[in-house]
Design a protein around this ligand. Structure first.
Ligand code: GDP
Length: 356
């Protein structure tokens, strides 16, 4: 027989096939690493840009053999406004076991000036769900599972009248931003397809996912990047807006595990994912400066040009009791560790910047 021919590797055995929409984003990059480590074959779609914007996944893409099982990953670029036909064709071609929709469009400053900016978030969810449904109805592959990435922005100060600020799956949606409105629609599209069409579709309502791969214009990364550059003598000031703003910040790498766990359950459901505690911008800033042994008062400047957010969401925290009890999920990285990981990464980046 021809089996075992010298030099011929056996074909790789993938446990499952996953499609990640928004693979090159912060959360998408952690999710692809997580799934590749589990032996998945990972396909990803990332938004098209004239600049290369795949830095967060290049290390996997360029050398997939860094991962177990000769992991295979394929990238495609698209635009969020693409018609469902294109998504549908791709889903038909790949026939994934799991689809993760992380497509997002969120920048508060932009959406203040361009109100329609986040509208597409809901439309993409709708189109993807419809593409999955029609794939199932044509092929009969009903085991396909869908994850919708939701946001704490669906909640607002009116979400819980009892004054209990920890939001769970039963807390009322009452968004205070257009982005939050769009995320609510994406959430309800997902519930609709689950209830009306029997799709295995889950919503993960995520409180601020952060990491050393966060975008520079989010306040966490803005701070740690500045601290890294200040430490290396590349920058002398850090301009910040509302220091008392507070959020429930958690590590994006922990959150992707919860997302995956949702799709491994016997039945689809919705889960809040958060740390259950909130910290101010002030605390991030002080933790970061203290970690590198610098006095923040020498560098931080208040900038009243930085747009303030609607006040109410500041106090909200994510109550992940259900995720803990049903999924067995547990975060590994706490607040201080998260800030320190981000500062470490930004010191390394600043060192490289300095050499250039
Ligand atoms: P968000 O939770 O998605 O709005 O995440 P951001 O990281 O953009 O902002 C978190 C909070 O930090 C908001 O309440 C901002 O008002 C506050 N904040 C204070 N200074 C800054 C700043 O310099 N940049 C940003 N992006 N936010 C800031």
């Amino acid at each position: 027989s021809g089996s075992g021919t010298k030099g011929e590797a056996p074909p790789p055995q993938y446990s499952k096939v996953a499609l990640i929409i928004g693979i090159a984003g912060q959360v998408g990059s952690y999710l692809s690493e997580f799934l590749l480590d589990k032996g998945y074959e990972v396909y990803g779609m990332s938004v098209r840009s004239s600049n290369f914007n795949t830095q967060r996944v290049d290390h996997i893409y360029i050398n997939p053999r860094n991962y177990a099982h000769n992991a295979r990953m394929k990238l495609r670029c698209s635009i969020l406004t693409d018609s469902s036909l294109c998504l549908r064709r791709w889903i038909d071609a790949i026939s994934p076991d799991e689809v993760y929709n992380l497509a997002d469009q969120y920048e508060v400053a932009v959406s203040l000036e361009t109100p329609e900016y986040p509208d597409i978030v809901a439309t993409v969810a709708f189109r993807l769900l419809e593409a999955v449904r029609s794939h199932v109805s044509v092929t009969g592959r009903s085991h396909i599972r869908y994850f919708q990435s939701g946001s704490s922005e669906v909640f607002g100060p009116q979400s819980d009248k009892s004054g209990y600020l920890r939001m769970n799956e039963k807390s009322q949606f009452h968004p205070w931003s257009l982005y939050g409105v769009s995320k609510c629609a994406a959430h309800w599209y997902t519930v609709y397809y689950r209830e009306a069409h029997g799709l295995f579709a889950c919503n993960g309502i995520l409180f601020n996912p952060e990491s050393p791969r966060q975008d520079w214009n989010f306040v966490t990364r803005k701070i740690t990047r500045a601290v890294g550059r200040i430490k290396m003598g590349l920058q002398s000031k850090l301009f910040l807006g509302n220091l008392l703003a507070s959020r429930d910040w958690g590590f994006a790498g922990d959150y992707v595990e919860a997302m995956w766990m949702m799709l491994q359950q016997g039945k689809p459901d919705d889960y809040v994912v958060g740390m259950g505690e909130s910290h101010t911008v002030d605390e991030i800033m002080m933790t970061a400066f203290e970690y590198v042994g610098l006095e923040w008062r020498d560098y931080v400047v208040y900038d009243n040009e930085i747009p303030l957010r609607p006040a109410g969401v500041d106090q909200l925290r994510g109550d992940a009791t259900k995720a803990k009890e049903v999924l067995g999920w547990k975060a590994k990285v706490g607040f201080e560790k998260l800030v320190e990981m981000m500062v470490d990464e930004d010191i390394e980046l600043a060192k490289r910047e300095k050499v250039l």
